[in-house]
Design a protein around this ligand. Structure first.
Ligand code: PMP
Length: 351
């Protein structure tokens, strides 16, 4: 390790993202991307920018995009924050609300970036086990000091926490931020955005990477009362003056405006999830009820790792986590009908 590195870097354990294979002929069902292309209006908007004012700096406040999101959700522009993917928005939230504090409550099985940010921002997490059905038990989420963070639906389980239970967590922890990470909310869940008016401690984080097919673009947002959003803006303004480039701002606006395309894509993902769940159950998998664009499944006889290796050898990539309690599960992203048929055909060779 270089003598020039700060002491702090020595304790950091970097986040390890899912594999992004270089071969396009693989059936890629490992990182929860949307199998469908972005809306044609998004592509047109990007094209227009590329042929237009790319030599100019982008709007540093992304005002048009914020207003579009505010109109979509019935909020004020001052209640919308935007960033380069929700991972960046989450990082700003850690810096603004949790940094240097004790007792950030989070589920023990959850998005694996949270512990990484805890290290980076010197936050002491308190992990709370999921119940026997892999659900978050809201009654366990009391006594937070830094705050509370969880994905809803949870990742990688896909399980959903009803709004009434989220309200219990908000009420039990009125003096700290409760961050609900809604990366997968559009695939059948009900957003907590409607609770924002009643709860000054609620921050909802969303992404355009999943339901709006823009993972390659990197656009995320946070929604909450203006005082919380101001905290995020302060962090952003100390660090990144142009959070979204011109192409991303235009694409993001178009993605929210083309609601018909968005709805039909989400419906196709949900339909494919229903089909895949049924097929996997017929092959002897236990599949948790999913509200996300992936399923979390455990085979009754074959070890998950062996299945993942076999699939990979046959050109299908799924995600396996080496983590206690879930190491016999596979997380399989929802794909097109053809991709899923290929997955099932390969599984039938093994099982
Ligand atoms: N939150 C959760 C729960 C996720 O699974 C992901 C995707 N890995 C993200 C946030 C980050 O998504 P992005 O940075 O692409 O917006």
């Amino acid at each position: 390790m270089s003598k020039f590195w700060s002491e702090n870097t020595k304790r950091l354990q970097p986040y390890v993202p899912g594999e992004q294979p270089k071969f396009s002929n693989l059936v890629k069902l490992n990182t929860n991307e949307n199998p469908f292309a972005p809306s044609p209006l998004v592509l047109q908007a990007m094209h227009d920018v590329v042929n237009g004012d790319l030599r100019l700096y982008p709007d540093p406040n992304a005002d048009n995009f914020k207003q579009t999101v505010a109109d979509y959700y019935g909020l004020q522009k001052s209640q919308v924050f935007v960033g380069n993917g929700s991972d960046e928005v989450l990082a700003h939230a850690f810096a603004a609300f949790f940094q240097g504090k004790q007792q950030l409550l989070m589920p023990d099985i959850s998005y694996s970036f949270y512990p990484v940010y805890c290290q980076l921002y010197d936050v002491k997490p308190r992990v709370i086990p999921l119940d026997a059905q892999f659900a978050i038990n809201s009654a366990d989420y009391t006594g937070a000091v830094a705050g509370v963070i969880f994905p809803n639906p949870n990742a990688p389980t896909g399980c959903i926490l009803p709004l009434a239970m989220i309200e219990k967590i908000l009420q039990a922890n009125p003096d700290c931020v409760v961050l609900v990470d809604e990366a997968y909310i559009d695939f059948g869940g009900v957003s907590a955005v409607k609770l924002i008016a009643d709860y000054p401690n609620l921050l909802v984080v969303q992404t355009l990477s999943k339901s709006r097919s823009l993972a390659g673009m990197r656009v995320g947002l946070a929604l909450g009362q203006a005082a919380l959003i101001e905290g995020l803006e302060r962090v952003k303004n100390s660090f990144n003056s142009y959070p979204l480039d011109r192409v991303a701002q235009a694409a993001a606006i178009a993605a929210f405006k083309d609601d018909g395309y968005f709805r039909s894509t989400c419906k196709k993902v949900i339909d494919n999830r229903i089909w895949l769940t049924k097929q996997l159950r017929q092959l002897g998998f236990e599949v948790l009820p999913s509200y996300a664009n992936f399923v979390f499944a455990c085979h009754v006889e074959k070890a998950a790792e062996e299945i993942a290796v076999f699939l990979r050898q046959h050109g299908v990539v799924v995600r396996h986590f080496q983590q206690a309690r879930i190491d016999n599960f596979l997380r399989i992203s929802i794909g097109t009908v053809e991709q899923q048929q290929r997955l099932i055909t390969v599984l039938k060779e093994l099982l």
